[in-house]
Ligand binder design. Sequence first.
Ligand SMILES: *Cc1c(COP(=O)(O)O)cnc(C)c1O
Length: 336
Amino acid sequence: MTIEDMLSGFARATLMTSATPTERLDRLSDQLGLDLWIKRDDLTGLSFGGNKTRQLEFYLGEAQQQKADTILITGAVQSNFVRSAAAAAAKLGMDAVLQLEERVPGMGADYYRSGNVLLAGLLGAEHLHYPTGEDEIGADNALHERADQLKAEGRKPYVIHLGIDHPPLGALGYVAAAAELMTQISDFEAAVVPSGSGSTHGGFLAGLRLAGQSAPVYGICVRRDQHQQHVRMQQVLGRLADMLGFDPVLVMDDIQTWDGALAPGYGQIGPATRNALTLMARSEGIFLDPVYSAKTFAGLLGLLEQGVLQQGQKVILLHTGGQPALFGYQDELLSP
Ligand SMILES: *Cc1c(COP(=O)(O)O)cnc(C)c1O
């Protein structure tokens, strides 16, 4: 059974119109002594692109199947998922309710006004505010209260669930992404991806193994330390194996999480992140984002420094987008 056959059992909305490019980074390859390639999922198309477009194809597919007229989602103030979900809702003719959580302490005015916040405002969605950021259950409950109100008004709400207690539908998008990558380049020796909710990391790892690619996939922690993230990845992959009907043994021993670039914490820029962001921009003219993709590249550099990645290896870096957040982090990026 092909990967597309496995995915065909799931409702899917079309949000991507073409495959994203995979390019060799010539100057960085020379500088780092690697054969370094980048999968440009910052170019997924919808509303400044990013990895959430692929994930939303499956959430919005289910929403359409249920004849929903309003989608609800919760995330950090500068969440790319929230902005992408509002754009997907607009494209498919649905309303959107966006709940923004206070997840990053000590941020300036741009964080609350520019970047993804500005874009979500232009998309015209209803905004809610949630006062804390590490309360997945509380944030979900608040969203459900709003969904219940909408139901009482005769609307058909669909909540996009990102908590670990729900099936990781978004991971299916990264199973598909891995299959797409394999049609572009298949002989790489390692891949480096971000690991947040785990949908990207989990889907990508499972997709590569289902396609017969056994290269290590390093999940760079962007939110939790590597032990917590490892446990989360076991949960994500267990659920994904159930959903797709493959044996979890195929992937469980292959979970690799690395948190050497996480400091000082979720959504906060440390020296390694800043260095990675400017190195990519100044060597290749490609922008990374401060919350995820610069940390992921910082992770690649850290793994190289530690000898986990070795000189001459053919390595894939997954660029998951997120650049609108650059404009929410102006003070942090410009201060030395
Ligand atoms: C959400 C996000 C991630 C993390 O992806 P998960 O699937 O949640 O692990 C990485 N990069 C960007 C730019 C994102 O917006």
